[in-house]
Each structure stands twice: as C-alpha cells, then as structure tokens.
Design a protein around this ligand. Sequence first.
Ligand code: ACO
Length: 337
Amino acid sequence: MAGASPHSRGVALIGSGSAQAAQVITNHQLGQRVETSDEWIRSRTGISTRRVSSPDQRLSDLAADAGRSALEMAGWSANSLDLVLLATSTPDDLFGSAPAVQAALGASNAVAFDLTSACSGFLFSLVTAAQYLRTGAMRRALVIGADQLSRFVDWDDRRSCVLFGDGAGAVALEASDDDGLLGFLVRSDGARGGVLNLPAIDSDAPLADDARHRRGGYRPIEMNGQEVYKFAVREVPAVLECLLERCAVSPETIDWLLLHQANQRILDAVADRFAIPRAKVLSNLAHYGNTSAATIPLVLDEAVRDGKIQPGHLLASSGFGAGLSWGAALLRWQGPA
Ligand code: ACO
C-alpha cells in the first residue's frame, strides 16, 4: 500500500464520490400530497427538489456507489483499504450495513462498521477514521455518509416531509505526513435530544407465561423545527468560532464553508456571523434537501468535480443534528496524486 511512514500523524483527503437516489420529487409534487407550496418551501428552506430512493434501491447500494466513485478518484484498488466506515441512521440491516458495502466494493482487507449520529454522522466518522490513521494502526480508509430518511419521513406531515431526501457521499482518506485534518471539535447533548427523534415504537407483546417483550420497529421522524433551527444557529457558529481560535485560523483565510445542508437560512446565518461571502458557502440544498449523513460528502464531491475546491483549499466544516450532536472540522483538501 502506498502512503506514509508507519509513524506519520497526518491524514490526507485524497478522493471523493457520491451517488444519487433514483427519483426526483419536486415541491409541486409534495403540494399534491400535503398543504404546502413551492413558494413556502423555497422561501423557508431553499429546497426546490429532493431525491428519493426507489423501493428496490438499498442504502448499501447507494453507499457502495458513492464509495466506488471515491476510490476511482483516488486511484485506489478496493483491497488496499483498511477501513470502511459507514455513517448512517438508516441501515438496511440494524446489525450494520457497512459489511455489505465492504463486500460490494471487494474491500476484502478492510474492517467495516457503521457509525450512527444522524446528520453529524459523516463528520464524526471522518474524525473517527482519522484516529486510526494517525496512530499508524491503519493506512487507508473510506468514509461514507449515506441515508435514506425517506423510509422514516411521515409524508403526510408538511412540517417535516418537505425537508428531507436520500443520498450518499464518500471520502478516501490516507495516512500522510501532509495533514489535511487541521483540527476538530465534536459535541453531544442528549438532554436536548427530544427535539428531533426517529423513535422506537412502543410495544408490549406476550412472550411466555407472564414474560413479555418489546417488538422492534420505528415511528416516523418527530421534529420540533423551530427548536432545531435555534439550536443550529446558536451552536454551529459557536463551535466553528472555538475551532478557528484554537487553530489560530482567521475566517478570511477559509476558502469554503462546508456545512451540513439542512436549511439555506442556517447556511446564510453562519456565513454572516463570520462575514464569509455567500459565494464561499457550498450549497446544493436546492436539489437534494437534507440528506442527513450524506450532505457534507455529497456537496464536497460536487464542488471537487466542478473544480471549485482545488488542492490546498481550506474548508471549514460543521455537522449538526439529532442527538443532539454537532461538531466542526478544519480540513485541507489534497486530492489525488
Ligand atoms: N408548508 C406550508 N406551511 C407550513 C409548512 C409547509 N411545508 N410547514 C409548516 N407550515 C406552517 C406551520 O404550520 C405554521 O403555520 P401556523 O403559523 O398557522 O401555525 C407556519 O408555517 C410557520 O411554521 P414554523 O414552524 O414557524 O416555520 P419556520 O419558519 O420555523 O420554518 C422549518 C420551519 C423550515 C422546519 C424550520 O424551522 C427549519 O428549517 N428548522 C430546522 C429543521 C432541521 O434542520 N431539521 C433537520 C436537522 S438535521 C438531522 O439531524 C436530521
């Protein structure tokens, strides 16, 4: 395997990839199902369309497609990977979908597991994978963010169904002397977790004699949109500010703001707080809505392939969502050799 010395302490972002769900659903189409309008959705969220997987499109299919495209960009063979880390809240199999992705890719030397942290999942996974690379325990990792929240959205709840979509994105990471993860901060606050949930069903079923058990299964997403909004516009700037200070980086030197894509108003509020021009705020919300763990690598991959993100560019990234969970990372994109 190519890469760094066994004692290297850096991690380089070498390749990216993404994959789209099969169906495009417009605001007008949602207006046929719930009482809403294209104007309301666009003005409150910035979303025009979202993509929804077809019933035969599995989460692991999307994730493997995104992973394959990141491997192609990196120029790596799948069997050079040591780790496949899948950030998802919607696995095909609750025991984990990463091994299915590993098998689909042919990454036979990699350990594969899932990490669940809703919309913060990709950022948390990137940081987690980096720890294996920094210690010298591993050399190459594929970090995939993929979600199919369409399976758990209440499509008759206009307050939430307009927000979400499906998708997948991936980043190929390599141990390197040239460090691309300049710093990170990650946070959780379960005490505030009740504002956004995909909760287990309440059930009480007979087992044997007097014993009873609880059946598995989940209820649709429950969200207090205003509270989630307030959380995001308070915590995201705060965590980014703290990270920039810690890394002694001034906002003017940031090339791109790479935020979780939940609402255009949240992106704009964060950019304004740091006086970062809107042109430096990566956004694909209009086309995808909130794809949960997939948003950050999906918008990253589009910007890399569009030529916006260039080798050496500095990216300030932040993920936030259910848990509550949030965090920030300062990244330098390297790209393939
Ligand atoms: N179409 C038309 N009207 C609507 C819709 C809709 N789709 N949804 C709500 N409304 C109505 C409400 O019923 C309300 O009407 P009322 O005043 O008669 O009661 C009115 O619009 C205003 O509702 P608000 O909830 O105050 O609207 P707000 O401006 O806060 O926008 C939104 C709602 C878009 C959900 C916003 O709060 C938001 O983006 N919050 C963040 C949500 C989020 O990012 N969630 C994901 C987090 S990431 C993760 O981990 C999954």
